[in-house]
Write a protein that binds this ligand. Structure first.
Ligand code: NOJ
Length: 545
């Protein structure tokens, strides 16, 4: 695929509006708050922002249970605020991509309320219903949040499907009226000036139509068949308005991704796949470097010439990378945060930075269930308690995996509440924010923030790091991740030690290379074959042929 599209040379930044900046003193972030931070985004060098859900919602799933697709939730501001934000972003040369949940609405959405009120009416078929009784669900299908995927409605002697919470009924994508509604909604936002959409959960859209039992019980949606044909009606809106289409595509394989990314027959420009961020779920080893190398390299190689990769290590649904893959203790926190940054950002693809990642922000460190707000985490706690698990065990699992780890308010200063708000925030801040905050890191040349600024600058200014081929240099160990980017004979080498132990390199010759960026002080006398724990180096490398 030719790299001629703007987003192939762009760096994205994800904003979780609830936790970015509170301008109206209620402890919740808002759109006018984002408006005041545009210079910060510019200083990072980002080209577009992906703004997570800000729609009016039932607030069961933090905004991803929408009650009105054409408005802004009051706690985030108004449509006029949104218009001002778009204008300000565009004035600063930053494009804006917004989230769109196609798979489900809130149960409070007028469509679902109409479906409940009138089983014969047109809105009933906007959702997926199957005959059921109070004691018998239609089948064994299970929701992503862990319970049955069906909720029984006695009046209708039927149950409706919800891949997530019961308050998030799934839309029926077999119904053309649903396509039509979404087309109208997308056009409406396009006319307000948005530059694209991040389509949430697209691998969930298409379900098995036989409604048979499946194993595992969540296998009724992923990769069932070609989702992009289901989305074909939405494509003209994208094309006519030159909108970027990003798909959240958990569970997709590289071959399907190639089809979905095909400019002629596919639908998406970019896909967010999650193969490389699941290793943290396995207890030991915490980070199997060889498996990570294999996974990331598989995607890099599969999409070479046939698609374009999306690069990310954090978002609002994952724990913090420095805590799950790095080492968030002591001096290793900064070092490993920088190492992870260099590792993923300089691969081939469009990088996304999730708010706070550029500071090396660690997990939330919550110790009580009362600290958590995320529905998924709270339900996990209840289920495990009911299953008889000891509380400390559940809490330590949540401390590792909860989505609230990434949702803590953004620390701007060392002041109370990290300068995020002057009111107690909706969620506590992460530990260490008197040191880890934008103000402090902006004035500290050794902090994570300036390192990210350098990475972004280098990524955007070196053609080989934008468009060059990716080639893994397989060190065959469980510590080092080494790869090369190459374009027309121009070679760049990334060497990262992803462990707490020193490593030795044998596989490549550094004698003709120039060290461009490192996260450790450069000691000219030291042996450049010894790579310190979490050391990361970028070389401009010319191999002796
Ligand atoms: C995708 C969003 O990223 C996630 O936060 C949400 O829970 C699911 N969609 C379901 O709504």
């Amino acid at each position: 695929m030719a790299d001629t599209q703007w987003w192939q040379h762009a760096v994205g930044y994800q904003i979780y509006p609830r936790s970015f900046f509170d301008s109206n003193h209620d402890g919740v972030g808002d759109l006018p708050g984002i408006l005041t931070k545009i210079d910060y985004l510019q200083s990072l060098g980002v080209d577009f922002v992906w703004l997570s859900a800000f729609y009016p919602s039932g607030n069961v799933d933090s905004g991803y249970d929408v009650t009105n697709y054409c408005d802004v939730a009051p706690q985030y501001g108004t449509l006029a605020d949104f218009d001002r934000l778009v204008a300000a972003f565009h004035g600063a040369g930053i494009k804006l991509v917004i989230d769109l949940a196609l798979n489900h609405t809130s149960d409070q959405h007028p469509w679902f309320q109409a479906a409940l009120a009138d089983p014969q009416g047109p809105y009933h078929d906007y959702y997926l219903w199957q005959p059921a009784t109070a004691t018998k669900q239609p089948n064994n299908w299970q929701s992503v949040f862990g319970d049955s995927a069906w909720t029984y409605v006695p009046d209708q002697q039927a149950a409706y499907l919800h891949t997530f919470a019961a308050e998030q009924p799934d839309l029926n994508w077999q119904n053309p009226a649903v396509h039509h509604e979404m087309v109208q909604i997308m056009q409406w936002w396009a006319e307000r000036g948005v530059d694209g959409f991040r389509f949430a959960g697209v691998t969930h859209l298409k379900k098995r139509v036989d409604f048979a039992d499946v194993t595992p019980a969540t296998a009724y949606y992923e990769n069932v068949a070609d989702t992009v044909t289901l989305l074909a009606d939405l494509k003209p809106v994208l094309t006519q308005n030159h909108l970027l289409a990003i798909g959240e595509a958990g569970g997709i394989d590289p071959r399907t991704a190639q089809r979905w990314l095909d400019p002629a027959t596919g639908f998406f420009d970019l896909l967010l796949e999650f193969d490389h961020v699941h290793f943290w779920e396995q207890a030991t080893p915490k980070l199997p470097v060889a498996a990570l190398r294999a996974t990331l390299s598989r995607w890099q190689q599969s999409l070479e010439g046939t698609g374009w990769n999306t690069l990310f290590i954090e978002n609002h649904d994952l724990p913090r990378a420095v805590s799950y893959y790095g080492n968030d203790q002591g001096e290793y926190r900064r070092r490993s945060a920088k190492a992870l940054g260099m590792l993923y950002l300089l691969m081939k693809g469009t990088p996304f930075i999730y708010q706070g990642q550029e500071l090396g922000l660690p997990n939330a460190g919550f110790t009580k269930i009362a600290d958590y707000r995320d529905l998924d985490s709270r339900r996990y706690y209840q289920r495990q308690r009911a299953a008889g698990l000891a509380e400390p065990q559940i809490l330590s699992q949540l401390a590792l995996q909860s989505r609230d780890n990434a949702r803590t308010p953004m620390p701007w200063t060392h002041q109370q509440y990290g300068g995020f708000s002057d009111h107690e925030p909706w969620l506590q801040l992460a530990p260490g924010v008197t040191q880890i905050n934008v103000e402090r890191e902006s004035h500290d040349p050794h902090a994570v923030l300036p390192f990210y600024q350098q990475l972004v600058r280098i990524k955007k200014s070196v053609p080989a790091l934008r468009s060059g081929r990716y080639e893994l240099i397989d060190t065959g160990d469980n510590q080092l991740y080494v790869y090369r980017r190459t374009l027309n004979g121009d070679n760049w080498l990334v060497v990262v030690n992803m462990s707490d132990q020193p490593a030795t390199t044998q596989n490549f010759d550094l004698t003709t290379s120039e060290l461009i960026l490192t996260n450790l002080p450069v000691d000219a006398a030291s042996d450049d074959r010894q790579i310190q724990p979490w050391e990361a180096r970028l070389y401009h490398w010319r191999r002796l042929e």
